[in-house]
Ligand binder design. Structure first.
Ligand SMILES: [Ca+2]
Ligand SMILES: [Ca+2]
Ligand SMILES: [Ca+2]
Ligand SMILES: [Ca+2]
Length: 506
């Protein structure tokens, strides 16, 4: 048969309520206009300040801790085995220290260093065992070696639990809305000819034991919602015969970002999903008590490699998280799709660097939105948007890269008051060079616990692909270069050559 794009019509089925009842928390969110992030339990500091988001804090001291992936690093003589470096926050922000590198060769971490594994290519943070200390799930460039869970403690991350076969972009969130952090895991993603191929996936309901055993395994995405699956026949509705997809998704996906877009108290997941016939598109999978539902398209369609960086946060402060998509191969625009009780599909903004108030010129190959991070820097309850522009040229340099911070307002994103910086900005460490690709990855974390998210951005190609990370503090006025710092693999005693340090940041 000819594969066609599946329409986005959720099918009502007997015996299952399609939508979870809105929780009290969700009602409060809507009524109070607070963002889910604002309500997320933080770690209280001794002086009464709120402290960092709990998911960002491995050692429970109220300061967000940064994880920088170095998937190209040579470990135990194995080129490209990869590692992650954990840098703890402090009153003065990030404090890189030797001895915080974790790889397959670290004592207690399962597995052995393998050439080309790319350990640390992706990872996710969240308190999976519910002990109050956030944990880290490390994935690899290839899914086969599986994931590793490292457990938070007052001394930081310890130990390691192997999760076999699911090393492909792990994601954490409260997907079923019960207040516990859950873990979504993905097996290898492949496409065979025209046909969507099933990709194994697991939705592990928290809390997890230290052996990695979940409280329950939820249906990931029921089979009636797979692309191309014959779900509309009467048998499906009568006997639930197609509601049996507990361990897979129909088309391969690349999961991108987590947030509560429809404000129902369950975290939702944006994925880059193969729809068949060479067509991919961003989709919003909404979380529910029973697993995900493939709710709707969440961005432009494309083909392999066209996917863009995605970040989620409440830009307009209305209590519904908003989806920000960077430019991909097909478009030069960044898009903000605003969440609502019905998810996406309502208001959206699309813009390039010609946005009024934004400093910079739009040119081909800029890669506007090479990285996307969405969180509240200024402290007004509305999220700012950090956008990498890793292909930006300036001062005669090619692909030196820059980074923009755009303000969130009650009416959405604006270019007014935006900031743009690069390595030649006074006060920012380093010297811009062609090919650095500054802004390839970024994150917004409250590393100094003052209630303002701080920017961390990387240039993985810096110094012949050794890579480096920059940290700029957030204030009520936005980002400041005061106290700006930069560090690379050498500062944490990590392997340097071709490490691509900072290739992924959380
Ligand atoms: Ca901490
Ligand atoms: Ca924990
Ligand atoms: Ca939701
Ligand atoms: Ca919003």
């Amino acid at each position: 048969m000819a594969w066609m794009r599946r329409p986005d019509t959720p099918t009502a089925r007997r015996g299952r309520s399609g939508r979870a009842t809105a929780s009290l928390a969700a009602a409060l969110l809507a009524a109070g206009g607070l963002s889910a992030a604002a309500l997320a339990p933080g770690t209280a500091l001794a002086d009464g300040r709120a402290g960092a988001a709990a998911a960002d804090d491995f050692n429970g001291d109220g300061f967000a801790d940064l994880v920088a992936g170095a998937p190209g690093g040579t470990v135990s003589g194995k080129a490209g085995a990869g590692y992650v470096a954990v840098t703890h926050g402090s009153e003065k922000g990030l404090a890189p220290a030797p001895g915080t590198v974790v790889s397959r060769s670290t004592a207690g971490v399962p597995g052995t260093a393998t050439a080309g594994e790319g350990f640390g290519e992706t990872f996710a943070k969240g308190d999976l065992d519910g002990d109050g200390y956030s944990d880290l799930v490390v994935g690899s460039a290839t899914a086969k070696p599986g994931a590793v869970i490292l457990w938070g403690s007052p001394k930081g991350l310890t130990g390691g639990t192997a999760v076999a076969g699911f090393g492909h972009t792990p994601q954490t969130g409260d997907f079923d809305g019960d207040g516990q952090t859950d873990l979504a895991l993905f097996g290898p993603a492949e496409v065979g000819g025209d046909d969507p191929v099933t990709q194994e996936a697991r939705l592990l309901k928290g809390p997890l034991t230290r052996e990695g055993t979940p409280a329950e395994q939820l249906d990931f995405l029921d089979r009636s919602q797979w692309w191309g699956y014959d779900s509309d026949g009467p048998a499906c509705a009568d006997d639930d015969s197609c509601v049996d997809g507990p361990t897979s998704v129909g088309g391969p996906v690349r999961p991108k970002a987590v947030g509560d877009v429809n404000g129902d108290g369950s975290d939702d997941l944006v994925t880059w999903l193969y729809e068949g016939d060479g067509v991919w598109a961003h989709h919003l999978f909404t979380g529910s008590a029973t697993g995900f539902r493939d709710a709707q398209e969440a961005g432009p369609i494309g083909s392999v490699g066209d996917d863009a960086a995605v970040g989620i946060g409440d830009v307009d402060g209305d209590g519904y998280d908003d989806v920000v998509t960077g430019s991909g191969e097909a478009t030069a625009e960044v898009t903000v799709r605003y969440g609502s009780a019905s998810g996406l599909g309502g208001r959206e903004d699309a813009f390039d660097q010609s946005l009024p108030g934004l400093h910079g010129a739009q040119e081909k190959g800029d890669h506007f939105g090479s990285c996307v991070a969405v969180a509240d820097v200024t402290g007004d309850g509305r999220a700012e948007i950090a956008l990498g522009i890793s292909g930006e040229d300036f001062s005669g340099l090619t692909d030196a890269g820059s980074l923009a911070l755009l303000r969130g307002t009650a009416s959405g994103v604006t270019g007014e008051g935006s900031q743009v910086m690069h390595q030649n900005t006074p006060g920012v460490p380093g010297v811009a060079e062609s090919g650095d690709e500054f802004g390839a990855a970024c994150a917004l974390l409250d590393t100094d616990g003052d209630g303002h998210r701080d920017l961390v951005a990387s240039a993985p190609q810096e110094n012949d692909a050794a890579g480096a990370v920059w940290a700029l503090r957030g204030t009520g006025e936005g980002l400041t270069v005061e106290g700006a710092s930069a560090f690379g693999p050498g500062h944490v005693d990590g392997p340097v050559a071709k490490a691509r340090f900072g290739g992924f940041l959380r």
